[in-house]
Design a protein around this ligand. Structure first.
Ligand SMILES: *[C@@H]1O[C@H](CO)[C@@H](O)[C@H](O)[C@H]1NC(C)=O
Ligand SMILES: *[C@@H]1O[C@H](CO)[C@@H](O)[C@H](O)[C@H]1NC(C)=O
Ligand SMILES: *[C@@H]1O[C@H](CO)[C@@H](O)[C@H](O)[C@H]1NC(C)=O
Ligand SMILES: *[C@@H]1O[C@H](CO)[C@@H](O)[C@H](O)[C@H]1NC(C)=O
Ligand SMILES: *[C@@H]1O[C@H](CO)[C@@H](O)[C@H](O)[C@H]1NC(C)=O
Ligand SMILES: *[C@@H]1O[C@H](CO)[C@@H](O)[C@H](O)[C@H]1NC(C)=O
Length: 429
């Protein structure tokens, strides 16, 4: 695809991902110490890295909501829009397993966060998470087949990953063995994971499988659970996938995937290129924290070994690229540092606050050659091309459009790296 005026909007489950990642991030920075065997010593959080704290303060400020068809006919500020904003529904006849399961995952992870803050609220979240999961699993169907108008923007490649993601969070939130059986059993877990047929093996708005495997790897690392051989075997398979995923990212690994820019950024797609490196780096930090907490000394990638520090350093390299250590010397987090995109493809940022404008008249601000009058603080733009270049132009939606799912994973990554070292609680519930 070339540069175009195709403009994307976010869907419900994209916003939900913000919630899941934010809570997951909150959990990663909780302090914990235990065990005393060989291996790296689990650490309490080190000193706060000031620059990451500043970046995190910006990144949490960005949210957006929209409906693709109606919204794309207009270029106007959300504050002044008068067009209809109809809700779209999924139900038993028009199922949307991705949406229901992703929401279940978000509510289950949120219930963990609120467990010690307000147990009534936590239980309420969990009750709805379980109901939604049952609904998602009973009425299986892809939301983009039920509601074809979303295909042009966010076409799902399948819902198996969301079901496993939801069941994995529900297991952590409830300790109910039926969820562990679900994710490890042949009927659901191994079948839905579709091991050999991954078309999109990258953590993204569409694919939660790598996130699921990292989350489940906690159980293998910490070995806290009583389980049957079948469950143990299923968990081993998830853990193996998690190991393969981490090895495919580390630059010096013999099994590294060659999908990187010369500047060292993981690079998978032209549209919204930053979602994959940021999401992967987030999972990488979690994995390294699990290693340290469980005193696992090394990860062996086909003979080459990596310590938790090596693995964490890789995540930091991706974050540093995003924040400006790249050939363009450009921070892709808007508002951070001195050099960030000035022509972000964003309605609210491009229209002056005092302009009187409407749906159609607003397009002159899209076409204006002036930089944005307002700074979309905290927005994470799509990102660079594979040759590390970036065209700062408002009509360049491929590179210059910010998304909630980029900001969400950046919030997770920054939260996990805000302290100079960290380990994680072994039990979440
Ligand atoms: C079920 O969802 C579809 C698709 O959103 C919608 O058209 C339909 O009206 C809904 N059915 C009911 C009974 O609400
Ligand atoms: C706890 O959550 C319940 C249910 O949402 C709510 O009614 C109550 O006000 C909350 N309590 C506090 C102290 O916030
Ligand atoms: C969306 O995905 C479905 C199922 O994979 C496919 O049949 C359909 O052609 C895709 N739609 C678009 C617009 O790419
Ligand atoms: C992969 O997909 C092919 C074609 O759709 C199918 O025949 C095969 O059984 C799938 N393999 C697995 C492991 O799911
Ligand atoms: C970088 O790649 C983009 C997209 O393929 C291309 O349009 C651009 O000309 C390239 N820039 C340089 C400096 O090679
Ligand atoms: C986008 O805008 C730039 C100037 O900012 C212009 O040079 C280019 O031709 C425009 N591209 C399209 C596809 O409109």
């Amino acid at each position: 695809m070339g540069l175009s005026r195709r403009r994307c909007c976010s869907c419900l489950f994209v916003i939900i991902l913000v919630v899941v990642v934010t809570f997951a991030a909150a959990i990663t920075i909780r302090k914990n110490r235990h065990r005393s065997e060989d291996g790296p010593v689990p650490e309490s959080p080190g000193h706060v890295v000031k620059k990451y704290a500043i970046a995190l303060g910006l990144a949490v400020q960005f949210f957006e909501v929209g409906d693709p068809e109606i919204d794309h006919k207009c270029w106007e500020r959300p504050e002044t829009m008068t067009e209809k904003r109809p809700l779209t529904q999924i139900n038993a006849t028009f199922p949307g397993t991705e949406v229901a399961a992703e929401t279940a995952a978000a509510l289950a992870s949120a219930s963990l966060v609120f467990k010690n803050i307000n147990s009534t609220y936590s239980n309420l979240l969990l009750m709805h998470a379980e109901q939604l999961f049952t609904f998602a699993d009973t009425y299986r169907g892809s939301y983009s087949l039920s509601i074809p108008k979303v295909q042009k923007y966010y076409n799902s490649t399948g819902y198996g990953d969301e079901l496993l993601w939801a069941a994995s969070w529900l297991y952590h939130a409830t300790n109910d063995h039926s969820y562990l059986k679900y994710v490890t059993g042949e009927k659901n877990g191994l079948d839905l994971a579709n091991w050999l047929n991954l078309t999109t093996p990258w953590f993204s708005w569409d694919n939660k499988l790598e996130g699921t495997q990292i989350l489940l790897s906690r159980l293998s690392f910490f070995g806290l659970e009583r389980m049957s051989n079948l469950e143990g075997n299923g968990l081993d398979q998830h853990k193996q996938r998690a190991d393969i995923f981490i090895c495919s990212l580390l630059t010096d690994s013999p099994t590294v995937s060659n999908s990187k820019t010369d500047g060292g950024l993981i690079w998978i797609s032209e549209w919204n290129s930053l979602q994959h490196p940021i999401g992967s780096a987030f999972l990488v930090v979690l994995y390294s924290d699990y290693m340290r907490t469980s005193r696992t000394a090394t990860l062996n990638c086909d003979g080459q070994v990596f310590t938790p520090s090596d693995i964490r350093s890789f995540a930091i390299s991706q974050l540093e690229y995003v924040l400006g250590d790249n050939p363009m010397k450009m921070s892709y987090l808007v508002g951070y540092g001195k050099n960030y995109p000035n022509y972000v493809h964003h309605r609210g940022a491009s229209i002056p606050a005092d302009a009187t404008t409407d749906c159609k008249a607003g397009f002159k601000w899209l076409d204006s050659t002036e930089p944005n009058p307002n700074v979309a603080v905290g927005a994470v733009v799509g990102g660079p091309f594979q040759n590390d270049s970036y065209i700062d132009s408002r009509n360049n939606s491929m590179q210059g459009e910010p998304t909630t799912y980029n900001s969400a994973v950046l919030v997770g990554l920054l939260s996990s790296l805000i302290a100079s070292s960290s380990s994680v609680p072994m039990s979440l519930s």
